[in-house]
Design a protein around this ligand. Structure first.
Ligand SMILES: Cc1cc2nc3c(=O)[nH]c(=O)nc-3n(C[C@H](O)[C@H](O)[C@H](O)COP(=O)(O)OP(=O)(O)OC[C@H]3O[C@@H](n4cnc5c(N)ncnc54)[C@H](O)[C@@H]3O)c2cc1C
Length: 398
């Protein structure tokens, strides 16, 4: 029986667990929180939409593939009557200025997306869609929407529940490999679980484990504001413009989000609420006037971030076996730690990427045909950070 330990029950871990369980694997899932989706994946709602670009770069291709996978996956979970909460309201991505509007129009014209995928709408049409005056036109993604990420984690884990044993309230302090088995230990040195395959899906905390300490993972604090909202009040769609605002969900609208790297404060900050309201007015001019400044609720989360803004999906390289003074090998020849994998670094795109990431990781582990082109597999390979010259290029000093 194939058996894997997954550390982390957020979007990353629950997606990987679901895809492996679907292939008949047994999963031991460990999370220090008391339930799935309590970390970055615990917001009330986040945005699901791709991010096209003029040169159709790797980020754009990966978000396009991620969006398609996510849509299929959400539809399958919904059809299975799993407890997923999401709304295909459409997403309006407004241009931030005239130049951006021109670029958005060029992207729509040159890429000629299939009908229904996305299109550019002018300012008047954008106003009609938003139900509020707006400053510019923008991209309209009719198949986009909002997703409650914790409900997606729960639905992922419920789909093949019999194959997944979860340990909540259980923090992994160390991992080691002995006799072909990876072992996860608690702070007292007790083995929580052992398996031939171990998947690090515990966001930026993965760096605490020696085999993953070389990875340039960081955390970006984000605060979302929860705005009281009457049902049926505009906007009834998600609207983005250097930030986002969702439709009313159970009497609350999410507006956000702030972004601060290596900021560890967990408490809500008034200054961040003010930033979110300013962002909201940039999206929907004058919208925040009716919102009381007093007691705004919200939520703080920490996005696991990689320096190139692409996720990390695949086998963990054996950093100790690589001589930093010698040119690195191609990714295919890079030494790896047998059985140790990572699904991480989703940054601000976990809702868009997690279904594809779970599928890609499951294919890499089981040797099945991969769901994306080879260059994209290389682009998300966690080994990329050990290639010579790569880190200098990312810092822009080489
Ligand atoms: C404010 C904000 C707004 C966002 N908006 C959007 C959006 O609109 N669209 C979008 O696509 N994405 C959005 N995101 C990003 C998305 O939420 C993240 O990319 C995603 O949730 C990351 O999932 P994850 O599973 O990697 O991390 P997490 O959800 O943080 O999961 C990691 C899990 O690991 C557990 N863990 C950590 N260390 C240990 C340990 N040592 N032992 C046991 N368990 C451990 C934690 O308890 C946690 O449950 C947003 C994020 C934030 C913070």
């Amino acid at each position: 029986m194939n058996h894997a330990i997954v550390i982390g029950a957020g979007l990353a871990g629950s997606s990987a667990a679901e895809r492996l369980a679907a292939r008949g694997w047994t999963i031991t899932l460990i999370d220090r929180a008391s339930a799935p989706g309590q970390g970055a994946s615990g917001n009330l709602a986040g945005v699901l939409r791709p991010l096209p670009s003029l040169d159709n770069n790797r980020l754009a291709r990966l978000t396009a593939a991620g969006f398609r996978h996510a849509r299929k996956h959400l539809a399958a979970l919904t059809a299975a009557r799993l407890p997923l909460r999401w709304g295909q309201t459409g997403v309006l991505h407004l241009a931030r200025d005239d130049r951006h509007a021109t670029t958005q129009q060029q992207v729509a014209a040159t890429q000629q997306p299939a009908a229904g995928e996305f299109c550019f709408v002018d300012r008047e049409r954008a106003r009609q869609l938003a139900g509020w005056p707006v400053a510019s036109g923008g991209w309209w993604f009719p198949d986009g929407g909002w997703v409650d990420p914790a409900s997606l984690c729960r639905a992922n884990l419920a789909r093949h529940a019999a194959a997944i044993t979860a340990h909540y309230g259980c923090e992994v302090a160390q991992i080691e490999r002995h006799a072909d088995l990876w072992q996860a230990y608690d702070a007292g040195g007790t083995v929580i679980a052992a398996a031939p395959v171990l998947i690090l899906a515990n966001a930026s905390d993965a760096k605490r484990f020696a085999p993953a300490a070389h990875l340039p993972l960081r955390a970006a604090r984000g605060q979302v504001s929860h705005l009281p909202a009457a049902s049926g009040s505009p906007p009834g769609i998600v609207v983005c413009r250097l930030g986002y605002v969702t439709p009313a969900i159970d009497g609350l609208r999410c507006a956000g989000a702030t972004f601060a790297v290596d900021d560890e404060q967990t408490e809500l900050r008034d200054a961040d609420h003010a930033e979110n309201l300013a962002r909201l007015d940039f999206i929907l001019p004058g919208y925040s006037k009716a919102i009381g400044r007093g007691e705004l609720a919200g939520r703080v989360g920490f996005r696991p971030l990689s320096p190139d803004r692409l996720p990390m999906i695949g086998a963990v390289a054996d950093a100790a076996a690589i001589d930093p003074a010698r040119p690195s090998r191609p990714l295919a020849e890079m030494p790896r730690l047998p059985g140790l994998y990572l699904v991480n670094g989703f940054g601000a795109r976990g809702i868009v990427w997690s279904a594809l990431a779970g599928e890609l990781l499951a294919c890499l582990i089981t040797g099945a045909p991969l769901p994306v082109a080879e260059d994209l597999v290389g682009a998300v390979d966690p080994g990329r950070f050990l290639m010579r010259g790569r880190n200098r290029r990312l810092r822009g000093d080489g």
